[in-house]
Write a protein that binds this ligand. Structure first.
Ligand code: ADP
Ligand code: 5GP
Length: 184
């Protein structure tokens, strides 16, 4: 089975996914490839496989991606087929953290094998506040992400569940309950 999590950047998707992964030992995170630079404490092969644009292109040409997107101007992100094989071989369910377009695409590919969650912020203003508070992106990158959010919110109807991440503890409990229902 696969669980898909998508959201405008800053909505709290990583926070919710990390909480979920800490609660259950039958789930495993699909590590995406990206051409962006590591941020903060991020390590190659843990949060992402950090690739050069040349290496990313080589892997596109070799058909190694299940899906890939140019999420922000000039920055590529993609799901490697080898990740899904690795996780299935370990006997775990796959957890995807992808942008809204990638999430809608993966839901189409996996159909009933997938439950797709759209994590929504209470408002775009709160989204900006969270990105500023996270302090991992430059003011330009934050504005780029906020500017994209309105369009990203229009993808919500393509997902199985919309979870508004207002009160964090409540959203965490809702995600846990929904995942438990789906997998049982
Ligand atoms: P995303 O993965 O969607 O980009 P993050 O999980 O990194 O977002 O969250 C963005 C910031 O907002 C982080 O600093 C996080 O601690 C904070 N945050 C997450 N959920 C909430 C919430 N419900 N209320 C307030 N702050 C939150
Ligand atoms: P960040 O740079 O904040 O880690 O991620 C930016 C966006 O790219 C997030 O919405 C994240 O979910 C998305 N993303 C990460 N990996 C993938 C992937 O493999 N495919 C797609 N389509 N989006 C991804």
């Amino acid at each position: 089975m696969v669980l898909i999590f998508s959201a405008p950047s800053g909505a709290g998707k990583s926070t919710l996914v990390n909480h979920l992964l800490a609660q259950r030992d039958d789930l495993e995170f699909s590590i995406s490839a990206t051409t962006r630079a590591p941020r903060g404490q991020e390590q190659d092969g843990r949060e992402y496989y950090f690739l050069t644009p040349e290496e990313f292109e080589r892997r596109i040409a070799a058909g190694e991606f299940l899906e890939y997107e140019n999420v922000y101007a000039g920055t590529w992100y993609g799901t490697l087929r080898s990740e899904i094989e690795r996780i299935e071989q370990a006997g775990h369910h796959v957890v995807f953290d992808v942008d809204v377009q990638g999430g809608a695409h993966l839901k189409q590919l996996f159909g009933d094998k997938a439950r797709a969650f759209f994590i929504a912020p209470p408002s775009v203003e709160e989204l900006r506040k969270r990105l500023i508070g996270r302090a991992t992106d430059s003011p330009e990158k934050i504005e780029e992400r906020v500017a994209k959010a309105a369009q990203e919110l229009t993808f919500a109807p393509r997902f199985d569940r919309v979870i508004v991440n207002d009160d964090l503890a409540q959203a965490e409990a809702e995600v846990e309950r929904e995942v438990r229902d789906f997998l049982s």
